[in-house]
Ligand binder design. Structure first.
Ligand code: NAD
Ligand code: ZN
Ligand code: ZN
Length: 343
């Protein structure tokens, strides 16, 4: 079988791998049809992601078809098209036992800490597959990205009438926007990049955007849009520690602030007056939970999430080595690039 391996930072190569074994109890053999590429893969490629180890077959955003099922598997059957939850959790640790499988203490994410989906066929646990026969394979590959935004919004639980400010309109911010809109809250999006805000206005149906220039005008603009109260929910999806610290100033009194972007740098802010006086709640958000996957599949099926604007680039597997580096450039206009494993 052919697979694409990231041998070391900035060096992909095609390798020959052996066929996966027949699926054991609770396991499923799948054919990989589409693989989405995301920021984690770009960071792994550039050697900037601390949890990425080499050599590694990347790929955690997968659209697959079931080829064979092992003993005892009833959740899926051969021929089913599926989305995949790529978070391989242990099932034993404290967070797993309490149902927080998204933050397992010894989590292995497919394609990051273990070999992933840029391969022809693979064996996966049946309970990590979500049948989605009414979705295309590329829509299946998009489900995981959407799950990140779904979980981040669930952390804060916005309700109709509230204002949600999403800072950072990259793919993760866009996935947050989808679920902020579905909550019925009024969504406002902030970014430094006018091109990304233009995409939000024209493709995501969010008219209220703020271009952040760092001159204080953004706070005034937010006050205007929220009748002076500021945002009851702020979700920072930038991965910038400076933005994350500053995000508090956009919070209304009693607001919830969610950090879905990730930084290894220190996030420093004074406790008083802003956090204390406004009695803010600060929430982290990691990965997503199992029920998010069928929910997202249904939302796409019902047309409540339109996946068309999302997929900006489609690449046959054979061209990925030469095209991958261009996707890491901010001016490439990539929102989501999908690798076609079948052409
Ligand atoms: N929580 C999770 O489980 C999870 C999963 C995947 C990715 N992530 C993280 O989400 C973050 C975003 O990922 P992405 O792929 O969308 O990244 P991205 O780089 O494509 O998007 C980030 C956006 O933030 C904007 N931005 C940066 N600094 C800003 C500032 N000071 N003010 C306003 N906007 C600013 C950028 O212009 C860009 O549009 C990353 O940190 C990534 O690691 C988290
Ligand atoms: Zn991803
Ligand atoms: Zn665990």
């Amino acid at each position: 079988m052919k697979a694409l391996q990231l041998e070391k930072p900035q060096q992909f190569r095609f390798i020959e791998t052996s066929e996966p074994p027949a699926p054991g109890p609770g396991e499923v053999l799948v054919r990989v049809q589409r693989v989405g590429i995301c920021g984690t893969d770009y960071s792994g490629y550039l050697g900037k992601f601390p949890f990425f180890s080499y050599p590694r077959i990347p790929g955690h955003e997968l659209g697959v078809t079931v080829l064979a099922v092992g003993p005892g598997v009833t959740k899926v059957k051969p021929g089913d098209r599926c989305a995949v939850e790529p978070y391989m959790n242990c099932g034993q640790c404290f967070p797993c036992r309490k149902g927080a499988t998204n933050c397992c203490e010894s989590m292995k994410v497919l394609g990051v800490m273990m070999d992933g989906g840029l391969t022809e066929r693979m064996v996966l646990p049946a309970h990590k597959l979500y049948p989605a026969n009414n979705l295309s394979a590329e829509q299946c590959a998009l489900v995981e990205t959407l799950a990140i935004g779904c979980h981040a919004v669930n952390r804060a639980n916005p309700i109709a009438g509230e204002h949600v400010l999403v800072i950072g309109a990259g793919p993760i911010g866009l996935s947050v926007i989808e679920f902020a809109k579905l909550s019925g809250a009024k969504t406002i999006v902030m970014d430094l990049n006018e091109q990304r805000l233009d995409f939000v206005r024209t493709q995501m149906g969010v008219p209220d955007t703020i271009c952040s220039k760092g001159d204080g005008a953004e706070l005034e603009a937010l006050k205007q849009m929220t009748q002076g109260s500021l945002a009851q929910v702020v979700v920072d999806a930038t991965g910038s520690n400076k933005s994350m610290a500053h995000a508090m100033t956009y919070c209304s009194f009693t607001a919830r602030l969610v950090y879905v972007g990730i930084t290894q740098a220190e996030v420093t802010f004074p406790h008083a007056p802003v956090m204390h006086r406004r009695e803010l709640t600060l929430l982290a958000s990691r990965n997503a939970l199992p029920p998010d996957f069928p929910r997202i599949i249904k939302l796409i099926e019902d047309g409540k999430i339109d996946t068309r604007p999302w997929i900006t680039h489609r690449v046959p597997l054979g061209q990925i080595i030469e095209r991958f580096p261009t996707f890491t450039k901010p001016d490439s206009g990539v929102i989501k690039a999908i690798v076609d494993m079948e052409s």
